[in-house]
Design a protein around this ligand. Structure first.
Ligand code: ADP
Ligand code: MG
Length: 588
């Protein structure tokens, strides 16, 4: 086409869109799929103070979405305008947002629902009189008398029936139904005191009765595997956080069951999700399952930055991040060490083995045997978590739950495949991975601050390759010193003057690992601990004499979370019953 023709065809007259079209376009911001409507209707039910919320969907929500509640209801006057754009009872001005505790505040949801579906609302304030509102196309609305107990039922029929373009983007019924259920679960997670039912095409799919804690609700709503859940509290200026987290055995390879809530709304916040990961790093094989429930002074957060309120901005999100990470680490470490160390055998080791491997091993063992539980007992309590009102401690291994571990309750049977220490205890055989077990014990010991720093006879000189490295080292010198690494800068080049006791890496590797910390600023201690312990723990083929092996086995069996810092289990267990069964003998 000629340029002139293109220009000519682009020129059209401006017209103001009719209000009905404007409403449909604006509705798209809030309601893009059935699940969004489910979320908005549940929000309203919760804002109305309901104790019982029932969600019905048909054909993935496309034929019907209905949310029935027993909340405060609306009188006839409010019912008449509740579906108008910007009709809200929750705020009167922008200033009120700083105090708003409600989930809704923009007065958009019912208006959007009316724009994209046929909306019906039945409501009653007292149960004595009740009203039904029907909103049809072209803003036609009618109110008639009906019967209903106190509360509200909101129904949206034929979603996107008048907007084929949007309907075309919907997935199949079962898939949209699944998204609706996820929206429902999300809401239910944050409000344990409310009972929730989800009914799909006439069938009750999920029934969540009132729960007494967030932990209990989380367990009922999302845990598809058996496992322990813990509830931990953290707090800071203007906010508090309840952390619900599954034990290491519930960790998953994806982050699907990680939720962040701020004042009852689920938000997407990668940085806070990371706090959950950092807090559990070193104890979990994979991504933890859990939720952060942040309660924050509304004045310190902005919930008005996303059309569907899926994001929030905090005035100091770093503070929340730190509080969560610290509380989780304190909690796990304390539970872990208090339990693990209480059962440390009062043995001092002397190895008679001749090989150098054995020597190294027994020295390393001696190092961690020196500590007593008291030291750890005194060093916790700094964190914000509250042990009294939290979940039970990490369970000791089930087989050890009944009695405290004593070194002499174990019978040493030997070592197999150059790696496993085999011990017998009561009617059980344990095959303990010596490297993994030692790694875990050293790791805990390092993080508890019990590893001394050792001055090097000959310092390790090095030069940095970039200004970034230089800046990093200068800025973190003190923190590194706390990790047992003393570095000094002298006329443009650096020297490592001291390293944690037991450090075994060569000079080049040590420098590389040191600079690697630049990429782990948030969890430097954990990363350094992992590096240190991985290299200084006894290796697969290292020889351990009987007493060293027995002590290691005993300490490992006393651990409440028998996993290495990478999350692998420390041992495999066979019971007498297992063995009898294997040869088809009966155990009498
Ligand atoms: P918002 O929740 O932002 O105020 P909505 O469009 O979702 O806006 O709802 C408009 C108003 O209708 C609410 O402010 C509330 O007063 C009333 N309302 C909606 N749903 C319910 C309900 N389930 N129970 C009682 N009142 C409701
Ligand atoms: Mg609302």
């Amino acid at each position: 086409m000629e340029t002139a023709a293109v220009i000519e065809s682009a020129r059209k007259k401006i017209a103001i869109l009719p209000p009905d079209e404007v409403r449909k376009i604006a509705a798209g911001e809030v309601i893009d799929k059935p699940a969004a409507l489910v979320r908005e209707f549940i929000d309203n039910a919760i804002d109305a103070g309901s104790l019982c919320v029932e969600v019905h969907i048909e054909d993935g929500g496309m034929r019907l979405i209905e949310v029935v509640d027993d909340g405060c209801g609306m009188d006839r006057e409010d019912l008449a305008i509740c579906w108008k754009t910007h009709a809200t009872s929750k705020i009167r001005s922008m200033e009120d947002l700083a105090f708003a505790e409600t989930l809704g505040f923009r007065g958009e949801a019912l208006a959007a629902a009316a724009a994209v579906s046929r909306l019906e609302v039945l409501t009653s304030v007292s149960g004595r009189e009740a009203w039904r509102l029907e909103v049809g196309p072209e803003e036609y609305a009618e109110i008639t008398q009906t019967r209903r107990t106190r509360g509200t039922s909101v129904r949206a029929f034929d979603l996107f029936g008048s907007i084929p373009a949007r309907k075309a983007f919907l997935k199949r019924g079962w898939s949209e139904a699944n998204l609706c259920r996820l929206s429902f679960i999300e809401k239910a997670l944050a409000f344990p005191a409310v009972s929730f039912r989800f009914i799909q095409d006439g069938k009750l799919k999920t029934n969540l009765s009132v729960a007494t804690s967030l932990k209990e609700r989380f367990g009922a709503a999302v845990m598809d595997s058996e496992g322990f859940l813990y509830e931990i509290s953290a707090a800071g200026k203007g906010f508090s956080v309840t952390i619900v987290v599954g034990g290491p055995e519930t960790a998953r390879s994806d982050r699907r069951h990680q939720y962040i809530f701020a004042n009852g709304r689920r938000i997407q916040n990668p940085s806070l999700a990371q706090a959950l990961e950092y807090g559990t790093q070193g104890w979990y094989p994979d991504h933890p399952v859990g939720a952060l429930y942040i309660r924050i002074d509304p004045a310190l957060a902005d919930f008005n930055i996303h059309p569907a309120k899926r994001e929030a901005r905090f005035s100091d999100s770093g503070a929340i991040h730190r509080a969560v990470t610290a509380a989780l680490r304190e909690f796990i470490r304390h539970q872990h060490l208090a339990r693990g160390l209480a059962s440390f055998p009062p043995l001092s080791l002397s190895s008679s083995a001749e090989t150098s491997g054995a020597k190294g091993a027994s020295l390393a063992l001696e190092a961690f045997m020196d500590d007593d539980a008291g030291e750890y007992g005194a060093s916790f309590n700094r964190g914000a978590y509250t042990p009294q009102d939290t979940a039970p401690a990490f369970p000791p291994h089930p087989s050890l739950a009944a009695e405290p571990q004593a070194a002499y309750g174990l019978r040493y049977l030997g070592r197999v495949f150059g790696l496993f220490i085999v011990v017998e205890k009561d009617d059980r055989l344990f095959f303990i991975d010596q490297h993994a077990a030692h790694e875990r014990l050293l790791y805990d010991r390092f993080l508890s601050g019990a590893v001394p720093c050792q001055e090097l006879l000959v310092a390790i000189p090095f030069v940095t390759e970039s200004e970034g490295d230089d800046l990093f080292l200068s800025a973190h010198q003190e923190e590194l010193a706390r990790l047992g690494v003393l570095i000094v800068k002298d006329s443009g080049s650096w020297r490592i003057e001291a390293l944690p006791a037991g450090w075994r890496l060569g000079d080049g590797e040590t420098v590389r690992e040191l600079l690697e910390l630049k990429r782990h600023k948030e969890n430097m201690a954990e990363h350094w601990a992992a590096t240190l312990t991985c290299h200084s723990a006894v290796k697969d083929k290292d020889y351990l004499d009987e007493s060293a092996a027995l002590s290691l086995a005993d300490a490992a069996l006393g651990l409440p979370v028998p996993r290495c810092p990478h999350g692998r289990p420390l041992w495999f267990e066979l019971t007498k019953e297992d063995l009898y069964k294997a040869v088809k003998r009966s155990l009498r």
